[in-house]
Design a protein around this ligand. Structure first.
Ligand SMILES: [Zn+2]
Ligand SMILES: [Zn+2]
Length: 339
């Protein structure tokens, strides 16, 4: 019988008596990263990687009980060795490795295999059983190299500037926003929404330096923003605030942009496929490099991806979890702020 179980509260380590990214309140939760579908409110105790700690304190509450460890350090909980390994998805994001009586399981959380030069790059961890996400587990998903993507974004900003337009990027406040800051760094002055600025401050308190930005105050001067760069959470699309920005050209940045005609976003001027998840090849390479004998697939295109793995001789099975396809559904802090 397996010592890791898929339960209605989340992925449960039986001998360790703890859950991995549970979606219902439990006593002990080990957390892969700070996104709202993985790090939820209501756990008695949280354990996460060091850089994730200030993010949890900011997003879930300053009064939660949370302990953290650096990447690679090991802690034994009821006979189970637990460690965090870089997932490359965003700052602090981790794969969680569990070892019990010589058997190793790795839970990927969300991951990206391409280096974004911001989060610690993904590291393949050998294991017997690998639980992988498959948000973009279809062969149509193939991301550009980081320098090509950067060129695309730079060209767009330059074009906007020539037309006296403000370049407004819409991206989630945790992960996507910092990624955009990195990609656009040095091009022009960057203004970020307060929800993003608050997350940046939390990341800063973990001792990680981010590109310089200015907080977009509610009484901003239109003249100051002309031709500049503004980063906002996607929930602000159609907001009064966006309408007040001078001559705004808007762009949504999401992996879903690879597929044309994503109807939800027809009101924007541009779409860029910027994703913090692995693309099809990235997922395949990651799975292969773990050398796992058994793979459990969750998130997104799990049916297609697990079917393909079985076809190429890797035993795979779909599992049902309550992780969102966060590029689409993650909650953001936007409503907490007034702008
Ligand atoms: Zn995530
Ligand atoms: Zn997720």
């Amino acid at each position: 019988m397996s010592w890791v179980k898929f339960t209605k509260k989340g992925i449960y380590c039986v001998p360790g008596k703890f859950y991995l990214d549970p979606w219902l309140p439990v006593k002990h939760a080990v957390i892969s990263h700070g996104h709202a579908d993985h790090a939820r409110w209501g756990m008695r105790h949280y354990l996460c990687q060091d850089a994730t700690k200030p993010i949890l304190l900011h997003r879930i509450g300053a009064d939660i009980s949370v302990e953290s460890m650096p990447y690679g350090a090991q802690r034994t909980i009821n006979g189970v060795a637990v460690s965090f390994h870089p997932a490359g998805h965003l700052i602090g994001s981790s794969q969680i490795r569990l070892e019990y009586k010589g058997e190793v399981w790795v839970f990927s959380g969300d991951y990206k295999v391409k280096d974004d030069f911001l989060s610690t790059p993904f590291e393949a961890v050998k294991c017997h059983t690998f639980i992988t996400e498959s948000t973009f587990g279809l062969p149509i998903y193939k991301w550009l190299e980081e320098n090509e993507l950067q060129q695309q974004l730079h060209n767009w900003v330059t074009l906007n500037k020539e037309n006296n337009r403000t370049s407004v990027f819409l991206g989630y406040s945790l992960g996507k926003a910092q990624r955009l800051m990195k990609l656009l760094n040095g091009l022009d002055q960057m203004y970020v929404h307060s929800a993003i600025d608050n997350i940046n401050n939390a990341i800063d308190s973990a001792g990680i330096s981010l590109p310089p930005t200015q907080r977009l105050e509610s009484d901003f001067n239109k003249k100051d923003l002309e031709g500049k760069i503004v980063i906002l959470p996607p929930a602000l699309l159609g907001s009064k605030m966006l309408k007040r920005l001078p001559n705004a050209a808007t762009a949504i940045c999401s992996g879903w942009m690879q597929v044309r005609g994503n109807r939800r976003w027809q009101s924007v001027d541009a779409g860029f496929a910027v994703s913090d998840h692995a693309d099809w090849d990235g997922l395949l390479n990651a799975v292969k490099s773990t050398e796992a004998e058994k793979v459990y697939v969750t998130h997104g295109s799990k049916a297609t991806f697990s079917k393909y793995l079985n076809e190429i001789g890797i035993e795979a099975e779909e599992i049902v979890t309550e992780f969102g396809e966060e590029d689409d559904t993650a909650k953001d802090e936007t409503n907490q702020s007034s702008i």
